[in-house]
Write a protein that binds this ligand. Structure first.
Ligand code: SF4
Length: 373
């Protein structure tokens, strides 16, 4: 029988699993605090756990994060881990420090099946869903590695915000993501507020409704186009869940959201989606959806038909939205020297389709999201 990886069990599951072993209810709290709050992975170091219980756990359980293939530190403080999730698959986790917070960008799948036209991960194809332990393992590994080098905040943590904006579409891996979110929020684990945990989706409408019911964290929607014809091309999932349905889902989510707005992500593609008419169409689209916009300069590459909008075009686009009272931020690039844009490094390691080596569209830079404060 293989050992149970306790990184994959949320509070209820851990309590049930320990109860099945004949352990008292409080054992789950003890063990969770050792693992998630203190970063301990050896049961013999859990000193307030009864000696017999430690021996029992050592015989049937483990605390194991994905193995680190590469650990890269940027001059600007951004840190990126390339992690081995088996069978030749690598995923990426990125920490972005800022003055008042530390944001971890977490992957939810090895590859991605959505195939957004501008995305390196999408171009690499889909391999598999990550397990809860592999999602939580990214946070566990990063938090406890960072504590060795980075000042903690007043709560004793380095990571104050988590965004599921790394590789993969989180809501296409809902059953594994949900317990991971619960652990992020659990006071005996990472204790983050719902405002500081963000799920980014390309528009999995039915699962946005489930998330609203099950665990309503902050929501970001990868929009990228103001009309169905263009979005069908840039975000192919739009053919299944077009903009009308997506906007309705946003409206349904808002009463549950920890903030009173949705964040729309919009990659700025020169001559594709960045005209004044696109901005005005966006205003009509979101007219009754309280929102913020995050404009993302696209990172161009040789041979790609896509180019980033010039800075003055991005400013003009932003000013059209802002003139109607919408808060607009433009994403800063971080970690240039370590390929911190999602999917770049894993794409260099593995290309599941061969497309990356031909064209390698790059996902926009990881956000340092103003709205995550
Ligand atoms: S942008 Fe997100 S949803 Fe689209 S292909 Fe990339 S990882 Fe998948």
């Amino acid at each position: 029988m293989s050992a149970v990886n306790l990184l994959g069990l949320d509070a209820a599951a851990l309590q049930q699993w320990l109860a099945d072993l004949g352990q008292p209810r409080f054992r789950a709290t003890q063990v969770s605090r050792w693992i998630h709050r203190r970063g301990v992975h050896r049961f013999d170091e859990m000193t307030d756990v009864a000696r017999e219980a430690r021996a029992l756990l050592a015989g049937c359980a483990e605390v194991r994060a994905p193995a680190v293939l590469r650990d890269l530190q940027s001059a600007d403080g951004t840190r990126k881990w390339l992690l081995d999730v088996g069978a030749g698959n690598a995923i990426e986790t990125v920490f972005i420090p800022d003055d008042d917070r530390g944001t971890l960008c977490v992957s939810s799948q090895a590859g991605c099946a959505v195939h957004c036209e501008f995305c390196s991960t999408g171009h690499q194809g889909f391999s598999r869903n990550l397990q809860t332990a592999e999602i939580v393992g990214q946070l566990w590994l990063a938090e406890h590695a960072l504590r060795a080098t980075t000042p903690c905040d007043e709560s004793g943590r380095v990571i104050s915000n988590v965004v599921l904006m790394g590789m993969g579409e989180p809501l296409q891996n809902y059953d594994a993501v949900l317990p991971a979110l619960r652990l992020m929020l659990d006071d005996h684990a990472y204790g983050l507020s719902r405002r500081r945990v963000t799920v980014s989706t390309s528009g999995m409408v039915p699962l946005m409704d489930r998330l609203a019911r099950d665990c309503p964290v902050a929501l970001a929607v990868s929009l990228h186009a103001p009309d169905d014809a263009l979005r069908d091309r840039l975000v192919p999932l739009n053919r299944k869940y077009p903009l009308d349905a997506l906007m309705d889902a946003c409206r349904r989510y808002l009463p549950h959201a920890p903030r009173d707005f949705i964040t729309f992500e919009y990659v700025m593609l020169d001559g594709v989606n960045d005209g004044d008419a696109h901005a005005r169409a966006l205003l009509r689209l979101v007219t009754d959806v309280p929102c913020k916009f995050n404009l993302i300069p696209f990172n161009p590459f040789p041979g790609s038909p896509l180019r980033s909008s010039p800075p003055q075009r991005i400013r003009a686009f932003a000013s059209i939205l802002a003139a109607e009272g919408i808060v607009v931020t433009t994403r800063r690039t971080r970690g240039d020297d370590i390929d911190a844009a999602c999917g770049q490094l894993a794409g260099a390691i593995q290309d599941r389709t061969g497309a990356a080596s031909r064209a390698s569209a790059r996902l926009p830079r990881i956000e340092v999201a103003g709205e995550q404060r």
